[in-house]
Design a protein. Structure first.
Length: 428
């Protein structure tokens, strides 16, 4: 078996111990011999990287763990590159959440104008990583779980030569919770959408489709811990004609979500700061050599499982089915071939092949096309700094729409994030 070098970009993230656990659990099928943990934050890299080293050592893995601030060192001759970057870290997220509220707009991490600005900061940086990969590890796979994952997939797969797959933990959690609630552990679940805008459109076992039974009973999937979810009524699920992921609450219940965001004492970003500080203190304990339970409160449950399963399936040509973000390439006849979508794919040595799905649900088609138009304009804005493109994107997004709110909010967020948005300040 070829010995693997894996580079983890953004390794100072408090999620990293989950990834280490994933590689430890797959040690028999994934011979990782070099693990480069790269971050630009010295303190977090040393604390989180220290725990990562102890995890690998305690598990008895024959793997050299290297902590580095050099992107070039991390990428050179890597087989897989895992990206979990957060440009501006949590303080930038908190600005994304708080500033839009002044304009009666939702400022969520990946949705609305808050998610838009996370894309504006993150797309240029992920493109830099991709361009470096073209030079230093052209045959490597980029597995990205930085948000907004769909827009990043859209940018990388359309504007670089890198082999890339976007991942999210929503699909695996949603599918497994539906299987448990319906007591259909062997069901084949059809999952269709864009990242954080997705639906389950079929639940088949033994030749029977149980979707209508689930719709009739108003069955929801389990909500993600990192969003305040109220659940969908049976009437709404019947109207939609499919089971929505919990992120659709931002679209279907926009006004109540906005009111809730205004009422809470702390934004989700501020809560995450508290959790992260507590985690870093725990990680600093030199006796600790496993992932602490507190990490489950951070909202990234099963990210490591999703990411490492993907690496395992590519490396070992497993030809199994996973839900990932890829280019459409004919899988959905109502979307363009170069549209990044989130869909069930067959995973093997050549990457992810989307499974064709014949979607008859017009509501899903219309929502996906609308939000894909938003994403296309947003990606161009992120790459070029074109403010007209930015406003075209925001006027399509149903969580924004209103120009008189969008324009001043855009200008304030642009100034607030100025150090991370050079593309919008080229004239200065």
């Amino acid at each position: 078996m070829k010995k693997l070098k894996v580079a983890l970009i953004g390794a100072g993230s408090t999620y990293t111990p989950e990834l280490m656990e994933g590689f430890i659990n797959k040690k028999d099928s994934l011979p990782v011999r070099e693990l480069y943990l790269m971050d630009i934050d010295d303190n977090k890299l040393n604390i989180v990287g220290g725990l990562a080293k102890r995890q690998i050592e305690a598990a008895g893995l024959d793997c050299n763990v290297v902590l580095t601030k050099s992107l070039d060192d991390a990428l050179t001759d890597a087989s897989f590159v895992l990206a979990q970057i957060r440009v501006g870290k949590l303080p930038a997220r908190i600005l994304d959440e708080k500033i839009p509220l002044k304009y009666d707009l939702i400022g969520q991490e990946t949705n609305g104008i808050g998610g838009f600005f996370k894309g504006m900061r993150t797309i240029p940086e992920i493109m830099k990583i991709a361009k470096k990969m073209e030079e230093l590890c052209p045959d490597a796979w980029l597995i990205n779980f930085s948000n907004p994952a769909g827009m990043l997939t859209e940018a990388i797969l359309n504007f670089t030569k890198v082999k890339m797959i976007g991942v999210c933990n929503v699909p695996i959690n949603m599918i497994d919770s539906l299987k448990k609630r319906l007591k259909l552990e062997k069901a084949e679940v059809e999952y269709v959408g864009l990242n954080h805008l997705s639906w389950v459109t079929s639940i088949k076992q033994d030749g029977v489709d149980y979707l209508q039974k689930a719709i009739k009973e108003g069955i929801n999937s389990e909500a993600m811990k990192n969003i305040p979810a109220s659940g969908f009524s049976a009437e709404l699920i019947k109207t939609v004609g499919a089971i929505p992921s919990s992120y659709l609450e931002y679209y279907y219940f926009k006004d109540s979500k906005l009111e809730k965001a205004k009422e809470v004492e702390k934004t989700r970003g501020e809560v995450c700061v508290d959790i992260e500080n507590e985690l870093l203190e725990i990680y600093s304990n030199s006796e600790l050599h496993e992932k602490p339970e507190l990490l489950s409160r951070r909202g990234g449950a099963r990210y490591s499982e999703v990411a490492v399963n993907l690496v395992d399936s590519i490396y070992n040509d497993k030809q199994d089915i996973q839900v990932v973000n890829v280019l459409n390439n004919g899988a959905l006849d109502f979307m363009a071939d170069n549209d990044a979508i989130e869909i069930s794919c067959i995973i093997g040595k050549d990457g992810a092949t989307p499974i064709r799905a014949k979607i008859k649900n017009d509501h899903i088609k219309e929502y996906m096309k609308m939000m894909k138009a938003y994403e296309k304009h947003a990606v161009v804005a992120a790459l070029t700094g074109d403010e007209d493109e930015a406003m075209r994107a925001l006027m399509i997004n149903p969580l924004v729409f209103d120009y008189k709110k969008a324009y001043p909010c855009f200008q304030e967020l642009k100034e607030a994030h100025k150090q991370y948005l050079p593309q919008f300040f080229k004239g200065n």
